[in-house]
Design a protein around this ligand. Structure first.
Ligand code: BGC
Length: 719
C-alpha cells in the first residue's frame, strides 16, 4: 500500500510536520524563497520542514492550486503532495442558500444534490476536502453560526448530515471531495449564543440531542471529523480523550482523520486546561487528534514528547497513516494535482447548469411565514415597487461564501425585472446596518410605493450579521426598517416583505403588520431570481423552518422537542397568565412560528390519520398513515411530518420527537397517502442506565404540517 510505504520512509520530523496544516498562501511564492507570512509566521516552524507539512488550508482558484502545488513539490525533498482543504459551506463558486435554508426544504435529496454540485466546482479548483457539513444542533438564534446548521432537531440534522456527506463524497471519484463533519461536539450549545462560549450539557443531553448528527455522518462514511473549539464536560474537545478516542473512534469505529479547529490546540492554554503548548500537543495526541490546524504545538513539541517517552512513535505513525490513507483515497499520492482543471473550472463554475441548481435550491428553501391572500403577485401587474436595504444588493448570498461573489449574485431588483421588466421601480428606503437610524431615504421610498400596484419590501439583516464570530444580542429587525414599513403601509397596503436573514429573527411586530412575509434566508447566487419566481408564482413556497422563531429574544432558548416540566402551562392557556405554571408574565409560551412551520400558496388537507395497530411487539412493525389532499388552487409541495411522544420513561422524554418526514408534490385536487413505519428502533433513547433502548409503554402519534400538530392515536410497545 502506497501510504504505508511512504510512511516507512519518513523521518520522525517529516512525520510530525505531516500533521501540521498551513495556509495555501505560504506556498504561492514562485521565486522559491518561500517566506512564511501571515498567520503562519507566528507558528515559528522549522524552515527545514516547511515543505513537509501534510495539508493546506484555504484555496479557491485552479491556477492557485497548480502554482502552490508546483512550488511545494519543487521545494520538497520527500515530495509527498499536500492535500488542499477548504470551507465549502454552501457552495464553492456558485452559492446555494445557507444550510439552515437548505434544511428548511425538508428534502435530503436537495442537500445531496447541492453538495454534489459544490464538490464538482471545488474539485476543479484542486480542493480535496471540504470542512463541511457543519451539523451542530442549535437552539439559540443569537449564535451567528446557526446559518451553517440544519437546525434544532437530531433526526432531521442526521438525515441532512448523511445526504450532504454522500453528496460531497459520492464514490470518491474525480468530481467528489472528502467531507469533514464538524464541530465535534456540541459547538452549537454555546451559552447565550456567544461564539466559542462555554458548553455545559450532560452526557445524556449530548447523546440524545447533539451527537446523533455527527454519528450519522460517520455512519455515512465521512472521511474526516473536526473537533470543536468548546469544552465538553469541562475538557476542550481538541484534547478530549473521552470524546474523540473513546466515543468517536471506540464506540463509533471511526478510523478516518481527526483535525483540530483553527488554532484550537494552543487555545487549550486559554481554556485553562493546558499549561503550555507542549501539554497541548500531549493532550491532543492522547485524544488521537491527527491534524493540527494553524497552531504549532505538534510541530514544536511532539519530538520532545517522544524523546521523553510520553508519546510513542506508534501513536504518531497511526495519525500520519490516517492522513496518508486519505490522500491515497483521493488519488493525490498518484496525481498531486488531482482534478484541477483551469479551463473546465471556468466553464462549469457559476455556469447556467449550476445557477439553475442554486435557484431551485433557493426556491425550495424559502419559507412563506405569512400570506394574507396577497401572494403570488400577478405577472401582469402594472407596476411594482422594489424597496429596501436588501433590494438592490448582491450581499444576500450568505456568509461563508467561499469563492462566491457579490457581483455574481442576482439582486432582487434584477430578479423582479427579469419577470416584469421596467414595470419594476426601485428605492432603497433605508440602510441595512443594525444601528442605522437614518430616515432620510424613507420619503422617496414612500413616493415610489404610492405609485405602485404592489410593494416588494426587502428587509432583514446584512449577510455579515451571521456566520462565525457574528453573534447578536438583538435579533429584531432595526427600528428604521419598521419605520419604513409603517410609512409605506400608509400609502400602499399591498406590501410583501421578502426577509433576508441568517438566523430566526424575533419578528412579532412584522408578523402583525406585514400582509405577507416570505423568508428567503440568505439564498445564494441566484437570490433575486428565486425570490422573484416565488413572489410571482413561477414557484410555490414549500420550505418549513427547522429552527423555532421566537416571539421575542426573552423566550430563547425555545425549541419544540422540550420536556413537559412538572407544571406545564397547557396550550389552551397559552395566551393567559397562569401563575405557578412554567410560564412568563409577559409572553405566551408558544413561539411565533414553531419548528416545521411554513405555508404554501395552496392548501393541504390531512385526513384518515390512522395506525395499523395499537400494539407494537418487539421485532414487529406498525404503520402510521395519513391522506394528504391538495384542496387549493396551485400545484404544491408539502413536507409531511411524523412525530411521537413517549408518554413515560425511566427518564423524562420530550413532548414531541420528529421521527420521519416526507416531502410530496400534489397537483390541484390530487391526494396521496403517506406512510411512516414504526419499529422498536424508532423508539430507542438513552435510558436511565445509559443504554440506547426502547422501553415498553405508551406512545402518542402525530402526523401533521408542523410540530404544532395534535396527536391522533396511541399505541403500546410490548414484549
Ligand atoms: C471555523 C471552522 C473552519 C476553520 C477553517 C474556523 O474558525 O470554526 O468551521 O472550518 O476555521 O477555516
Amino acid at each position: 500500500m502506497k501510504a504505508q510505504e511512504i510512511l516507512s520512509k519518513m523521518t520522525l520530523e517529516e512525520k510530525i510536520y505531516h500533521l501540521v496544516q498551513m495556509t495555501t498562501m505560504t506556498y504561492l511564492k514562485t521565486d522559491g524563497t518561500n517566506i512564511v507570512t501571515g498567520p503562519d509566521s507566528t507558528m515559528k516552524l522549522d524552515k527545514e520542514y516547511i515543505y513537509d507539512v501534510g495539508t493546506l488550508l484555504n484555496l479557491v482558484g485552479a491556477q492557485t492550486m497548480i502554482d502552490a502545488q508546483t512550488n511545494f513539490l519543487n521545494g520538497s525533498k520527500r515530495k509527498v503532495p499536500p492535500v488542499f482543504m477548504q470551507d465549502v459551506i454552501h457552495g464553492h463558486r456558485t452559492l446555494y442558500p445557507i444550510n439552515l435554508g437548505v434544511a428548511a426544504s425538508f428534502d435530503p435529496k436537495l442537500a445531496h444534490d447541492v453538495a454534489k454540485m459544490a464538490a464538482k466546482e471545488a474539485s476543479l479548483d484542486g480542493v480535496g476536502v471540504t470542512f463541511a457539513p457543519m451539523v451542530d444542533l442549535v437552539r439559540d438564534p443569537r449564535w451567528g453560526r446557526v446559518m451553517e446548521s440544519s437546525g434544532e432537531d437530531p433526526y432531521l440534522n442526521s438525515q441532512m448530515a448523511k445526504a450532504t456527506v454522500e453528496g460531497y463524497q459520492g464514490d470518491m471519484g474525480k468530481y467528489n471531495i472528502a467531507a469533514c463533519v464538524k464541530h465535534f461536539a456540541a459547538y452549537g450549545a454555546a451559552e447565550a449564543g456567544r461564539d466559542y462560549n462555554t458548553v455545559d450539557v450532560s452526557e445524556r443531553m449530548l447523546r440524545e440531542y447533539y451527537l446523533p448528527s455527527y454519528k450519522a455522518a460517520v455512519d455515512a462514511g465521512v472521511k474526516m471529523v473536526m473537533t470543536a473549539f468548546n469544552i465538553v464536560d469541562s475538557v476542550p474537545c481538541s484534547g478530549n480523550k473521552w470524546l474523540v478516542k473513546d466515543v468517536l473512534r471506540g464506540e463509533w469505529g471511526f478510523d478516518g482523520v481527526v483535525i483540530s479547529d483553527y488554532s484550537a490546540f494552543e487555545e487549550m492554554i486559554d481554556h485553562g486546561y493546558c499549561e503550555d503548548k507542549k501539554e497541548c500537543a500531549y493532550r491532543a495526541m492522547e485524544a488521537t487528534s491527527d491534524i493540527e490546524m494553524m497552531s504549532p504545538c505538534y510541530a514544536n513539541h511532539l519530538k520532545e514528547l517522544v524523546e521523553e517517552g510520553k508519546i510513542s512513535v506508534e501513536q504518531i505513525d497511526a495519525a500520519v497513516l490516517r492522513v496518508l490513507k486519505l490522500k491515497e483515497e483521493l488519488g493525490v499520492l498518484d496525481n498531486p494535482y488531482r482534478s484541477v482543471n483551469v479551463e473546465e473550472a471556468k466553464r462549469v463554475q457559476v455556469g447556467p447548469e449550476h445557477r439553475a441548481i442554486a435557484r431551485y435550491a433557493a426556491e425550495e428553501s424559502a419559507v412563506l411565514l405569512k400570506n394574507n391572500f396577497i401572494l403570488p403577485l400577478s405577472k401582469d401587474i402594472k407596476s411594482v415597487a422594489v424597496i429596501g436595504p436588501n433590494a438592490d444588493t448582491g450581499a444576500i448570498h450568505g456568509d461563508w461564501p467561499c469563492g462566491g461573489k457579490v457581483d455574481e449574485t442576482i439582486t432582487v431588483l434584477e430578479g423582479v425585472k427579469n419577470i416584469v421588466g421596467d414595470r419594476a421601480v426601485y428605492a432603497k428606503g433605508c440602510n441595512i446596518e443594525y444601528d442605522s437610524t437614518d430616515e432620510s431615504m424613507i420619503d422617496e421610498a414612500v413616493e415610489v410605493a404610492r405609485e405602485a400596484d404592489a410593494v416588494i419590501l426587502c428587509l432583514g439583516e446584512h449577510q455579515s450579521y451571521s456566520g462565525e464570530g457574528n453573534c447578536r444580542t438583538n435579533i429584531e429587525i432595526p427600528r428604521v426598517q419598521y419605520k419604513l414599513l409603517d410609512k409605506i403601509l400608509e400609502v400602499n397596503k399591498n406590501v410583501v416583505v421578502a426577509l433576508f436573514t441568517g438566523r430566526p429573527l424575533a419578528i412579532s411586530e412584522l408578523d402583525e403588520k406585514a400582509p405577507a412575509i416570505l423568508n428567503m434566508w440568505m439564498p445564494g447566487t441566484e437570490a433575486g431570481n428565486a425570490t422573484a419566481n416565488l413572489i410571482f408564482g413561477n414557484a410555490n413556497p414549500s420550505g418549513k423552518i427547522t429552527m423555532t422563531f421566537p416571539r421575542s429574544l426573552g423566550q430563547v432558548p425555545i425549541y419544540y422537542n422540550a420536556f413537559n416540566t412538572g407544571r406545564p402551562k397547557l396550550p389552551e392557556y397559552d395566551f393567559n397568565r397562569v401563575r405557578f405554571t412554567s410560564s412568563y408574565l409577559d409572553s405566551p409560551n408558544s413561539p411565533l412560528y414553531p419548528f416545521g412551520y411554513g405555508l404554501s400558496y395552496t392548501e393541504f388537507e390531512y385526513s384518515d390519520l390512522k395506525l395499523s395497530a395499537d400494539t407494537l411487539t418487539r421485532g414487529g412493525k406498525i404503520i402510521a398513515s395519513a391522506k394528504i389532499k391538495n384542496v387549493g388552487k396551485y400545484k404544491g409541495k408539502e413536507a409531511v411530518q411524523f412525530y411521537i411522544h413517549d408518554l413515560f420513561g425511566s427518564v423524562v422524554r420530550p413532548v414531541k420527537e420528529l421521527k420521519g418526514f416526507e416531502k410530496i408534490e400534489l397537483d390541484v385536487g390530487e391526494e396521496k397517502t403517506v406512510e411512516f413505519e414504526i419499529t422498536e428502533e424508532t423508539l430507542k433513547f438513552w435510558t436511565k442506565d445509559m443504554k440506547f433502548e426502547a422501553e415498553n409503554g405508551k406512545f402518542d402519534v402525530f402526523i401533521g404540517k408542523s410540530s404544532a400538530c395534535k396527536p391522533f392515536a396511541t399505541f403500546e410497545l410490548v414484549d
